[in-house]
Design a binder for this molecule. Structure first.
Ligand SMILES: [Mn+2]
Length: 433
């Protein structure tokens, strides 16, 4: 017997990956943990019989020859699978998009970064030219959309979008998907959302704003992560951390980030949790960290190093080409052509007098003007910037002043120059390493 299973508190990506597994491994049975998320439970209550899936207590562990684990790579997240840990005759496959950190030893695995696990499985379905029924396509699409925020979370990649295209081609029903992706908010969820908004503490570090708060739960609340998503959108910070006190012994931390400068997955690892750069959570024992300590720890981690610390100094070009004010415009033109640059500084490192850019050369109408010194054409009011500042500040300066070159000044000396190209390269993540 072959079985496919996934993590407890199963989300749609877990369910969709199990169902995709029953297609990729014909004859295999899907085993869905007893505890599933509220919206998955709602889906299964009406759709369960359409798929080859059972509960963990319905299988005979001794008959299992092959175990396929999807959407997790950790034993402790599985439901009633401990027995398998010691079986060395068991063949184990893992499909997961959570990166390293797993403790399941595999005979074969597909562990890659993607917005969802089901993406990896759909890629394999496509490779094998397997077409899907509209029902299968729909549930796979719900899993894909839930984990990628409808392809908007930063972890989404091209394979996710290709997977979505494939599912739509195979008849995935967006009306059905919308019902399960946007579950109606009930009173308890609204209460929590308002409590979160009311108690928010915001702080800004290196221009990244973060909302954080601690809320005590009076009862178990379904769909907490969906509430936190909504919360982040409403308070419009780049990242949020909601610390929910479950009872005296544990808290649940849910982190969401819409910026690649805050990796909530890395931060949740400090608390033994996990997830992705954009979405992660952890269940924390009070004896390890009180809710107040969790908060302090998150703030200090962000302030120390979890935010991209690129500064102007990392981006700027150097050494800088500088010429004396007496240099002829002809020479300036030759230097620009030779070095493929569009801006040249005039003066000395410790005495910047002006800047001349390619555009200024266009002002030359008569041949004899090429012999004139650069000081006659240069711009004398030059904006400079300090090397330790954030690239965002340089970008804002360029836009506001409509300039393409900013000399970088440190202790009265020019140490580099920042161009539009440097800034674009940085923001589009093309930083050469
Ligand atoms: Mn997933």
């Amino acid at each position: 017997m072959e079985i496919i299973t996934t993590h407890k508190n199963t989300d749609f990506d877990g369910l969709a990956s199990v169902i995709a597994g029953t297609i990729l491994y014909p004859g295999a049975t899907g085993v869905i943990p007893k505890m599933v998320n509220k919206n998955v439970e709602r889906f299964l209550s009406t759709h369960k019989t359409a798929f080859n899936i059972v509960l963990p207590n319905e299988i005979n562990h001794d008959e299992v020859k092959k175990l396929i684990v999807v959407d997790t790579n950790q034993w402790r997240r599985l439901d009633r699978m401990e027995k398998f840990k010691k079986r060395d005759d068991l063949i184990i496959h893992v499909w997961d998009h959570h990166g390293e950190g797993g403790d399941i030893e595999t005979a074969w695995e597909c562990q890659e970064n993607a917005g969802s696990t089901v993406t990896l499985m759909i890629r394999e379905l496509r490779r094998r030219n397997i077409s899907l029924s509209p029902l299968d396509s729909t549930v796979l699409l719900i899993g894909l959309y839930e984990d990628t925020g409808h392809l908007t979370y930063p972890a989404t990649n091209a394979d996710d979008a290709k997977a979505a295209a494939y599912l739509l081609q195979n008849g995935a029903d967006l009306n059905v998907a919308a019902v399960f992706l946007n579950p109606p908010y009930e009173e308890v969820q609204k209460d929590i959302l308002f409590k979160l908004i009311e108690n928010t503490e915001k702080f800004t570090h290196r221009r990244v704003s973060v909302g954080i708060n601690i809320v005590k739960l009076e009862q178990k609340i379904p769909m907490l992560s969906a509430i936190v998503n909504m919360y982040r959108k409403l308070i419009s910070t780049e990242a949020v951390f909601a610390i929910f006190i479950n009872d005296e012994t544990t808290s649940t931390v849910i982190g969401r980030s819409g910026s690649d400068r805050v990796d909530v997955g890395a931060i949740m690892k400090h608390f033994g949790g996990g997830g992705h750069p954009g979405a992660a959570s952890a269940t924390v024992k009070t004896k390890d960290f009180t809710p107040e300590k969790i908060k302090e720890h998150i703030i200090s981690v962000i302030k120390e190093n979890k935010i991209s610390s690129a500064t102007i100094a990392d981006l700027m070009s150097y050494p800088v080409t500088m010429v004396s004010p007496e240099t002829s415009m002809k020479e300036v033109r030759e230097i620009m052509e030779k070095k493929h640059i569009r801006g040249i500084l005039v003066g000395r490192e410790d005495n910047l007098e002006g800047i001349v850019v390619l555009w200024d050369l266009k002002k030359i109408k008569q041949e004899r003007q090429w012999k004139a010194p650069v000081k006659a054409f240069m711009i004398r009011q030059v904006e400079t910037i300090s090397p330790e500042l954030d690239p965002v500040e340089a970008a804002q300066m360029m836009v506001k002043k409509n300039i393409g070159h900013i000399p970088v000044e440190h202790e009265g000396r020019i140490i580099g120059i920042l161009t539009r190209t440097d800034i674009l390269t940085y923001f589009y993540n093309m930083l050469p390493d």
